[in-house]
Write a new protein. Structure first.
Length: 291
């Protein structure tokens, strides 16, 4: 008998295992309707960031149902210090690569700073590029009440939107990297933001760096799924930045990250072995040569 992945056995079992987002049998691309159905079933699901075709294909083969081409590409892939300098051209190029590398995952393209803050029409123009040129199935943008009108126009235009509230890294110059929603007033604002993005038609909402109890309350109150990052165990889904969770990121990673591998060490050791063999004449051997 096929063994169900641990993630499936530890939670309320979907009535139809074939449709499960993770571990399900389906091979067609996941849609936002599948995401809504998972919330109804009480099914938890994993999301990872991805920035290139090859890495995305590994995650797709592993069954990750939703991938975010996050503007975290700025600091995790493109060498910027923050997400602020990332451009729409860069996000379009990276998103297209991730779409090409996958066949099952729902791909969400992030709208970078400056590509939607002017208003709904600018947001629609930017999102349309990601959908038409890159082929993403949904977009993500930051902000709660302040982004309500942008989300509404995108959704009315047929573009599914994942919202993002709590810590919003594009506002780092204004808010820093601090836990959000601490204290009664801030908690009430977070709840208002969550309801505003749901009301605008978002199909899911990322909660970043929010106290676990508040994230649990938002998850109970909303009918759309919550995707937590540093938001405790009660959200419907969990997202991590892939370079953090696989140990490729250099230096310190946030406390909420769990590292499932140490790719930086694995790659560094392999590269040194190659370099030593080249210098010592042990590579290439006869079997690596053509005649
Ligand atoms: O850009 C990103 O990777 C994100 C996630 C951290 C949610 O916004």
């Amino acid at each position: 008998m096929t063994q169900l992945p641990a993630a499936q056995t530890a939670q309320k079992k979907p009535s139809d295992g074939g449709r499960a987002l993770y571990g399900g049998k389906g091979t067609r691309r996941i849609t936002v309707r599948d995401i809504a159905a998972a919330k109804e079933r009480g099914e938890k699901w994993p999301m990872l960031t991805a920035y290139d075709a090859m890495t995305a294909s590994v995650f797709d083969e592993a069954g990750i149902p939703v991938m975010l081409v996050g503007d975290s590409a700025g600091n995790c892939h493109l060498g910027y210090e923050t997400t602020v300098p990332v451009t729409l051209d860069e996000m379009t190029m990276l998103s297209a690569a991730v779409v090409r590398g996958t066949s099952r995952a729902l791909i969400v393209g992030d709208l970078p700073f400056g590509s939607y803050q002017e208003g709904p029409v600018q947001a629609l123009r930017s999102a349309t590029r990601l959908v038409k040129e890159a082929g993403v199935q949904a977009v993500k943008l930051e902000g709660g009440e302040r982004s309500h009108d942008q989300i509404r126009l995108l959704v009315e235009s047929g573009i599914p939107v994942m919202a993002h509230i709590g810590l919003t890294p594009q506002s780092v110059n204004a808010m820093g990297y601090r836990v959000q929603g601490r204290g009664e007033e801030a908690a009430q604002q977070l709840l208002r933001d969550a309801k505003a993005v749901q009301d605008a038609g978002a199909f899911a909402v990322v909660l970043e760096l929010v106290p676990a109890e508040l994230a649990a309350e938002v998850t109970r109150v909303l009918h759309i799924p919550t995707v937590g990052i540093g938001a405790g165990p009660e959200t419907d889904a969990q997202v991590l930045v892939w370079t953090d969770m696989l140990g490729l990121t250099g230096g310190r990673v946030p406390k909420f990250v769990k590292q499932y591998a140490n790719l930086r060490e694995v790659m560094g050791d392999a590269v040194k072995a190659f370099a030593n063999e080249v210098v010592g004449g042990a590579f290439p051997q006869e079997e690596n040569s053509v005649h």
